[in-house]
Design a protein around this ligand. Structure first.
Ligand code: ZN
Length: 566
């Protein structure tokens, strides 16, 4: 019956006048039946047929049709990364490449090299680096950064920074400096600041990053980054935290040229301000979910609810314990991280956004932050069902059985970063113990409960798809879902592994669902946009460790080759 329906649907579209036909391939459609076909016809940027090579050629080919023999190559729906920070990442290597900073000695080499190229007294800021990924698995202190004593040096670990002796001196940070609200000037055994500033980087005076960027630079860097996404096989991305100024950069780029990939924007207003201010900004804004077009539109409203697991500020159900001191410079072994927005305020902000028609999310990494968000979602859900808004948990690193059940009950979905299984579990399990990693990205548990899982990288720094923070190579990330293998070679809770088909859905149809895009993208079906990626080996049958090494041959968006060649 399904086949008959599909044939019936395909016939009226078989206008016999395709712009392009790709044939003799292995086309993984990711349609409801997960059909594998041989050929695709494309006209005016849309897929007009998908089926056997002979049938598609017979029905769609005319003398003007460009016919491409895939010679057996695999074609996937265009891949979607639901979570990137394109502008920040684009600018990070816009002027100069960043070396791989995977150890404290690599950081020291970077500082020495920077010191040679700058006048004495000029600031050196080490690009954002996450201590769990350093070989030493510890937060650098002022002694580590004192390798360039004539320069103030700061290490950017996102919510936690570190500064060298000169930087502390210039900023007037001493043993008597009071801790700012919610922050800490960490002291060494001698009672002096050891350089680590937890949620307190604002105490650094006059710190500047290497140069500022004009709007023209920003437009160029963004265009370059989107092009790199296309080259990685991505045809759509979700930019997960934009401000009005950044929306303007996107619009400027779009007015200058066709975007290489489709972009869905997440608005994150500054929720640190008084609640009335935040609420009136939401009410006054003209933005809401699905506003825009198929190239650039608004998706989600976001609040940052807690800090990061990489710096010991994610708001946890359990304490960071003694290893937290080494890894994060955490002085209180009972510390559980930081909740940035208290529950009543969160509810008021979220309900204002809900009333404007927004899809809702919050950055939540720690378990207690997840629970706080789900409390808010439950309160909203009692007033009006939340499921139709496709509201979701963002990251949700430290899930629990109970949180999973609450999500399932409400129809709340999730945006996950499985690459962290590979990069961060070795350090995190030393902090929390293996048993507390049981629900670290529990992909099998989500899928078995029918919770839609959108795949994302949280790419923020660097242009190289494999070495960036975080790696945005979608094949690496799918491999991480399938194998759950850490960088130390351990398989972390194999019962949470998922299949190749499921991992592919996370980067296609399920990510499209999160973006309200599943009717036009995320699978290869007649009527949908011709967003495709041709790859160099067979995703479904290659050896498991080959998956992460798959390279795109060509990426096609709206029927146009935007990266690679055919
Ligand atoms: Zn993010």
């Amino acid at each position: 019956m399904r086949i008959l329906v599909l044939l019936f649907l395909a016939l009226p579209l078989a206008a016999g006048d395709a712009d392009i036909i790709l044939h003799n391939g292995k086309v993984v459609t990711v349609d409801a039946a997960f059909r594998i076909v041989e050929a695709i016809a494309i006209k005016n940027g849309r897929i007009t047929a998908a089926g056997k090579s002979a049938d598609v050629l017979a029905a769609e080919r005319t003398p003007r049709t460009k016919v491409i023999d895939l010679a057996g190559k695999t074609v996937l729906p265009g891949l979607i990364d639901a979570h990137v920070h394109a502008l920040e990442a684009g600018l990070s290597e816009f002027r100069a490449t960043i070396p791989t900073l995977d150890s404290i000695s690599a950081i020291q080499d970077y500082i020495r090299a920077e010191a040679r190229s700058r006048p004495k007294g000029a600031w050196i800021v080490v690009p954002r680096t996450l201590p769990p990924r350093l070989k030493e698995m510890r937060f650098p202190t002022k002694q580590d950064l004192d390798v360039a004593p004539d320069h103030p040096v700061a290490f950017d670990g996102s919510y936690v920074w570190s500064a060298n002796s000169l930087a502390l001196k210039i900023s007037g940070i001493t043993r008597d400096t009071p801790n700012p609200p919610g922050g800490e000037v960490v002291k060494g055994p001698d009672g002096e600041p050891n350089g680590i500033l937890r949620n307190a980087s604002q105490l650094l005076k006059g710190v500047t990053r290497s140069g500022t960027f004009s709007d023209q630079d920003k437009v160029a860097a963004l265009g370059q980054m989107l092009q790199l996404y296309a080259a990685a096989g991505l045809t759509a991305v979700g930019d997960r935290a934009v401000t009005p100024a950044e929306v303007a950069i996107y619009e400027k780029l779009k007015s200058q040229r066709e975007l290489p990939v489709r972009v869905v924007l997440t608005w994150r207003p500054n929720a640190a301000r008084p609640v009335d201010q935040v609420v009136s900004e939401i009410r006054a804004s003209s933005w809401t979910t699905n506003q825009g077009d198929d190239w650039l539109r608004f998706g989600t409203f976001k609040v940052t609810l807690d800090g990061g697991q990489s710096v010991g500020t994610a708001y946890q159900r359990m304490p960071y314990g003694p290893f937290g001191r080494q890894l994060y410079g955490q002085t209180d072994p009972d510390a559980r991280g930081t909740l940035f927005v208290e529950p009543e305020k969160l509810y008021r902000i979220m309900s204002a956004a809900r009333d404007k028609g927004w899809q809702l999310t919050a950055h939540v990494q720690g378990g207690a932050a997840i629970d706080t968000l789900l409390d808010t979602f439950e309160r909203l859900d009692r007033e009006k069902p939340i499921a139709p808004s496709r509201s979701h948990v963002m990251h949700g690193s430290f899930m629990s059985e109970e949180a999973l059940n609450r999500m399932q009950r409400m129809g709340v979905i999730v945006d996950v970063q499985p690459g962290w299984l590979h990069f961060d579990v070795p350090a995190l399990q030393r902090v929390f113990g293996l048993q507390n990693m049981r629900y670290f990205f529990p992909l099998r548990s989500y899928i078995d409960r029918g919770i839609i899982v959108a795949g994302g990288s949280d790419h923020m720094i660097g242009h190289n798809k494999n070495t960036a923070v975080n790696a945005f190579n979608p094949f690496f990330n799918m491999w991480a879902c399938i194998t759950r293998r850490t960088r130390e070679g351990q398989v972390i809770y194999p019962e949470e592994k998922i299949t190749r088909q499921e991992a592919l859905k996370m980067w296609t149809i399920w990510a499209a669902f999160l973006q309200f895009g599943e009717k036009t993208r995320g699978s290869i079906e007649p009527g949908k946009f011709a967003d495709l990626v041709v790859i160099d080996r067979d995703y479904l049958s290659c050896a498991e460790d080959e998956i992460r090494r798959i390279e795109p041959v060509a990426t096609i968006v709206n029927g146009r080759v935007v990266a690679g060649r055919l």
